[in-house]
Design a binder for this molecule. Structure first.
Ligand code: C5P
Length: 411
């Protein structure tokens, strides 16, 4: 995206630069932010200063660069709390695995982490690290925690890395970070869904075979949880009905945890009425007709037991065809491995919902369980193809589209 002049006129960015090789791209980000009209105040961690000099950032931002928490001169000129308050957005670029871990844990042992704990402003992180560090369960757990805390992320991208490896972990390009900053700051978003009620389904369902075995699927719940968090951030009173996942409950959302499709339907119906329902759960299509009361045992005959399956209720179709309390906007998902849009269009009509968010989940896309998603929004008026972006960014864009649609509907 070109840095449209004055796109960010009058906006104040507190830019925290932590220590990774991607910090060499940060001066370019500062230059673009300045060109777009933003004021930039930079904070360098000790490790960050190994990759980019305070002088470079000071020259480009035309402001003093801050570094130490216990600096007498800095505290007397501007206390660290004030530094965190005098910003419209806090951006961490690059955000190292270490700083993300500190943020997730609420640690505050240097100026950067203290500011991040003290701020009441929205925070956007641009993670950058080695692919294995990115894929480590601890980093993914920290990111899920941060997403649940309402912290947005841009990137990382996939590609060759400075360490010689290949994969996700490269910091998003400065143009992409600038676009994410602009999206965050220019949308008059906050409060747009105030007074609205939203229901979101997320995660897999578990269908019992006997008391210890079940049928399930690979849904992580990341996309549905991110949507619930994004709707809540826009002010919607949000109920998240989710199957078993390892994700923490998103902040500001009432989370109802269930196991089976039938439990999910009951919880969703109990949460009605709602203005919007987003069904992102991967609901099991079938359940075992007569789940055994006791654990099934091998009977020595060599014959495995036959499981008879019956169809589960379709929660999306039930909501879309609800005769008393149909939400004004009903949104479904379609995970497909071929002819994605064509199948989604048919599904929209079959289910009776208003929109379908369709995505390609073929092996190799990394969507299932991964951080990124490439979706198509199939609606009454046509199809919008969205570029590849993080699941958090998909959630934010979808929440904004929902707000716009409900405003247009004028109710
Ligand atoms: O039928 P299919 O699984 O392809 O449709 C996907 C959409 O329908 C998703 O939005 C999913 O949450 C929803 N669904 C549902 N209840 C079911 C099956 C799917 O709500 N039993």
């Amino acid at each position: 995206m070109a840095a449209a002049t004055d796109l960010l006129q009058g906006k104040r960015i507190l830019l925290i630069v932590s220590g990774g090789i991607a910090a060499c791209k940060t001066p370019d980000l500062v230059r673009r932010l300045r060109e777009a009209g933003a004021a930039v105040r930079a904070v360098l961690t000790r490790a960050g200063a190994e990759f980019v000099t305070p002088l470079t950032l000071a020259a480009l931002s035309e402001d003093k660069v801050h570094g130490e928490l216990f600096s007498l001169t800095e505290e007397s000129e501007m206390g660290h709390i004030r530094l965190s308050r005098e910003a419209d957005l806090v951006v961490v670029a690059p955000a190292t695995a270490d700083l993300l871990a500190k943020m997730a844990a609420g640690l505050a042992d240097d100026l950067a982490s203290t500011l991040l704990l003290a701020t009441d402003k929205p925070v956007l992180v641009a993670p950058a690290m080695n692919v294995r560090m990115w894929q480590h369960a601890a980093t993914q757990r920290n990111l899920a925690r941060l997403a649940a805390d309402g912290i947005a992320a841009v990137g990382p991208d996939e590609g060759p890395m400075a360490c010689g490896e290949f994969g996700p972990g490269r910091m998003a390009e400065p143009a992409e970070i600038l676009a994410a900053i602009a999206a965050r700051l220019t949308a008059p978003a906050a409060g747009r869904l105030a007074g609205r009620r939203a229901i979101v389904t997320s995660g897999p369902t578990l269908e019992a075979i006997d008391p210890v075995r079940y049928i399930a699927n690979r849904s992580s719940g990341k996309q549905g949880h991110a949507i619930a968090a994004a709707l809540a951030r826009l002010g919607a009173e949000t109920v998240l009905v989710c199957g078993p996942t390892v994700l923490p409950d998103p902040a500001g959302v009432r989370t109802v945890r269930i196991e089976s499709a039938r439990d999910m339907l009951r919880a969703v119906e109990a949460a009605l009425p709602a203005d919007v329902a987003v069904c992102a759960a991967a609901v099991a299509d079938w359940r075992v007709a007569d789940a055994a009361e006791g654990k099934l045992k091998k009977d020595g005959s060599g014959q495995p037991p036959a499981l008879r399956l019956v169809e589960n209720p379709d929660i999306l179709a039930t909501l879309a065809r609800h005769n008393r309390q149909r939400p004004r906007l009903v949104v479904g998902f379609a995970a497909e491995t071929e002819r994605v849009v064509e199948h989604a269009k048919a599904k929209r009509l079959r289910k009776g919902c208003d929109w379908i968010v369709a995505n390609d989940v073929s092996p190799g896309t990394g969507v299932l369980g991964g951080e990124c998603n490439t979706v198509h929004l199939v609606g009454e008026a046509g199809v919008e193809d969205w570029p590849a972006m993080s699941k958090t960014a998909v959630a934010e864009r979808l929440a904004l589209a929902i707000a716009e649609r409900l405003e247009r509907a004028g109710a």
